[in-house]
Ligand binder design. Sequence first.
Ligand SMILES: Nc1ncnc2c1ncn2[C@@H]1O[C@H](COP(=O)(O)OP(=O)(O)OP(=O)(O)O)[C@@H](O)[C@H]1O
Ligand SMILES: [Mg+2]
Length: 263
Amino acid sequence: MSNKALERIRRKERITEKRDKMLKNDFSAKRATIEEVFDNATFMVIYKLLKKGVLDELNGVVNAGKESRVYWGKDPDDKDVAVKIYLTSSAEFKKGMVKYIQGDYRFKSVKRDTRSLVFTWAQKEFRNLEQAYRAKVNVPKPIVIKKNVLVMEFIGKNGIKAPLLKHVIPEDPDKLYNTILDSIKRLYQVADLVHGDLSEYNIMIWNDKPVLFDMSQSVPSNHPLAEFMLRRDLQNINKFFKRHCVEVCPVNDAFKKVVERNT
Ligand SMILES: Nc1ncnc2c1ncn2[C@@H]1O[C@H](COP(=O)(O)OP(=O)(O)OP(=O)(O)O)[C@@H](O)[C@H]1O
Ligand SMILES: [Mg+2]
C-alpha cells in the first residue's frame, strides 16, 4: 500500500475517533434528561443511530404518549425527522396489541415477552408505513427502524408538528372528506392495508393535504379483524365530517366503494 493511501486511512480513522469522542461528550450532557425516559438499551440504539449518521440531532419532545414518545430530530443534511420511541416498559402493550399481530401473515413467529412484542409493534408500524408510502398514500416517509426506535419524515416545520385534523377547520370539507376516502381506498387496494385507528386524531393536515399516520395497529386486508376495523375507520371519519355539515356516504356504501375493484 502506498504511503499516501496509508495516510488517507489514518486520517479517516482519526476523524472517526474524534467524532465518536464528540458524540459521547455531547450526548452524555443530554443524557441526564434523556435517561428519565429511556432505558439503557434504548439509549444505545439512539447512540448507534447518531454514530451511523442516520441521525444528527435529537431535540425536543413533540408528543409524550403512554406507549411512545415522538421527538423532533435532524438528519445529517439538516432535514427534520420525527423519531418515535416505543416505551419498552409499557405493560399496556401486552394486553391490546397481540390481537393485531396474530393473524398478520407478515409476523408469524413472535416471542411473547413485552420487549419482543414492542419491537414487533415498532417493526409493524415501519412495514405499514413502507407499504403505504410505496402505494403513494400520503403518510410520513419511513426512514429507519431499529428495535423500538422508528425514524421517519417530520410532518411540520422547524420542530413544530403539523396540526391534527381535529384542530383544523377545513376550508372545503367536502373535498377533504373525499380525499380521505380516496386515501383509505388506495391504502386498501394498492397497499393491501386497513389503517384500523383512523380518526381526526391520526390525520395531520399539511400543505392543505391529509397525512395519515400512527399505523402500528394497521393490518393486511385478509386479517380476521380487517373488515371490522375498516368499518370503524369509516364510521369515525363520517362522524367527524358530519359535524362539518358534509353529506357523508353511508358506511355500508363507503365500505363497498373501498373494497370493490374498478369503482
Ligand atoms: N412524522 C411525524 N411528524 C410530526 N409529528 C408527528 C409525526 N408522527 C407523530 N407525530 C406527532 O406525535 C403524536 C403522537 O404520534 P402517534 O399517534 O404516532 O403515537 P401514539 O403512541 O399513538 O400517541 P397517542 O397515544 O398520543 O396517539 C401525533 O399526534 C403527532 O402530533
Ligand atoms: Mg396516535
